[in-house]
Design a protein around this ligand. Structure first.
Ligand SMILES: C[S@@+](CC[C@H](N)C(=O)[O-])C[C@H]1O[C@@H](n2cnc3c(N)ncnc32)[C@H](O)[C@@H]1O
Length: 221
């Protein structure tokens, strides 16, 4: 069994059911698929997630809305889990078991994204990986990573996520520029402070300094 499968099993086992897990990850990532993705690309355009894992975070809600989705993952058991999850939810998707560094295709997607992938590689490899996102995309790419603040949520887990390096906005901007991508907007969600008593615009500004659990970047190719 792959390390990622053990990690996801532990996360899912904490929940009462698959629905419980989905509710949590869909609510958590809602800004990403409604505001960021939904405002840029339209149904039935094509989305590729590199390192799709369970496919629950983003591919499932996008497929439910009518996007054509493809997930690629180097772990066979993660691809099996993604297929199983889609079957349980009655969703359509295409899944490929392949290491992205060995993936050879001329096909391009409207949006190529990854969530929790690039931070597990060395900085040289990250550059190569971001260039691969670009090569596979016709329009947009999105890179999402956890912040140093998210480490706290790992502490109580028995199975830790594979080691990662903390990447900030400055680094994300730099790496996308080096890859020849055009910056569109910052992405930041997962409030660290209570935001219900401050104006949403201020809360957004605070998150975009990196004071959030999850940050990312939206670029055009
Ligand atoms: C944090 S998980 C992604 C979670 C996913 N967003 C979801 O909805 O469950 C990262 C995934 O990247 C995959 N991965 C790591 N290196 C990879 C590579 N070289 N090629 C393809 N997938 C890779 C791992 O197997 C793992 O499933």
């Amino acid at each position: 069994m792959s390390h990622w499968k053990r990690w996801f099993d532990e996360r899912m086992n904490e929940k009462v059911s698959l629905v419980d897990y989905i509710r949590e990850v869909w609510i958590y990532n809602k800004d990403l698929f409604y505001d960021i993705v939904g405002n840029r690309i339209k149904v039935p355009q094509e989305v590729l997630e590199i390192g799709c894992g369970t496919a629950l975070e983003i591919l499932a809600p996008l497929s439910a809305r009518g996007f054509r989705v493809t997930g690629i993952d180097k772990e066979k058991d993660m691809i099996e889990l993604a297929k199983h999850n889609f079957k349980m939810l009655g969703l359509k998707g295409r899944f490929i078991n392949q290491d992205i560094f060995k993936f050879n295709t001329n096909k391009k997607f409207d949006l190529v994204l990854s969530i929790g992938l690039i931070e597990h590689f060395s900085k040289n490899k990250i550059l190569e990986l971001v260039k691969l996102h670009k090569k596979l995309s016709e329009k947009y790419i999105v890179l999402i990573v956890p912040t140093k603040h998210q480490r706290r949520s790992e502490r109580k887990m028995r199975v830790k996520a594979p080691d990662w390096i903390d990447l900030n906005f400055k680094y994300l901007l730099d790496i996308t520029k080096k890859s020849g991508l055009k910056f569109v907007s910052k992405i930041a969600y997962g409030d660290i402070i209570r935001v219900d008593y401050i104006p949403p615009v201020i809360a957004k500004m605070i998150r975009e300094t990196g004071y959030a659990y999850t940050i990312g970047i939206l670029c055009k190719v």
